[in-house]
Design a protein around this ligand. Structure first.
Ligand SMILES: Nc1nc2c(ncn2[C@@H]2O[C@H](COP(=O)(O)OP(=O)(O)OP(=O)(O)O)[C@@H](O)[C@H]2O)c(=O)[nH]1
Ligand SMILES: [Zn+2]
Length: 215
């Protein structure tokens, strides 16, 4: 049988976003779906302890998947151009995140590391951490998320190079299926200087570890 190749597309148009918004069910429909899943799990949604659960789950979903309401371009819109001639690598490492895999809708969690070489300016450091959440708080694959973060920085900052690395544990591999708790998946994306100059890629990995023995 031919292998099934599913696309890991990174780009979403505003038309896609509008269509998704139109298809969003009502809160009542979402709560009814949770009651169905409770029965599918084998429990009784009418028992005392579960009566408010559909409402809580529907509310929690709006938080866990808040990334659909956010736009990466807005997060990175404010650029500081006056950085006193700084042009070297900016690295924000160990950004923790929680996401949900699009295959099983169970969590994967880990750390993202983002570096870039500024060209026309820099963004506030917190914005890189916010950018991670814009994409983490959606149904995801780790590869797509890595590429989306890279593309968003490219679009907004046009830097001389971008390096994104994500390390994560997928609960769909830990608590079900293959049951390999503790394995981690590493994905990377390099553009510009990081792609063309191996020494800069090495420096990225060195900086990721630098100073950790003192913490
Ligand atoms: N490439 C990639 N795969 C992922 C990610 N998250 C989960 N997966 C994998 O998605 C795959 C889905 O495989 P399927 O065979 O369609 O589903 P399944 O029968 O539930 O697979 P098992 O997890 O092996 O039991 C599994 O191999 C998961 O490990 C991700 O971020 N990237
Ligand atoms: Zn999964």
């Amino acid at each position: 049988m031919d292998a099934v190749v599913k696309s890991l597309s990174t780009r979403e148009t505003s038309v896609d976003a509008d269509k998704r918004e139109m298809q969003r069910p009502s809160r009542e429909e979402a709560e009814a779906a949770v009651r169905t899943l409770i029965r599918w799990a084998g429990d009784d949604p009418e028992r005392e302890g579960l009566l408010e659960t559909p409402k809580r789950v529907a509310k929690a979903y709006r938080e866990l998947f808040a990334g659909y309401e956010e736009d990466a371009g807005d997060v990175l819109a404010k650029v500081f151009e006056d950085v006193e001639g700084y042009g070297d690598m900016v690295l924000v490492r160990d950004i923790p995140f929680h996401s949900h895999c699009e295959h099983h809708m169970v969590p994967f969690h880990g750390k993202a590391h983002i570096a870039y070489f500024p060209s026309q300016g820099v963004v506030g450091l917190s914005k890189l951490a916010r950018l991670v959440d814009v994409y983490a708080r959606r149904l995801q694959t780790q590869e797509t998320m890595t590429a989306q973060i890279t593309d968003a920085i490219e679009d907004s900052l046009k830097p001389r190079g971008i390096a994104v690395m994500i390390e994560a544990e997928h609960m769909c591999m830990s608590m079900r299926g293959v049951m390999k708790a503790g394995s981690s998946t590493v994905t990377t994306s390099f553009t510009g200087i990081f792609k063309d100059e191996p020494a800069e890629q090495v420096r990225f990995f060195t900086q990721l570890r630098a100073g950790k023995e003192y913490r």
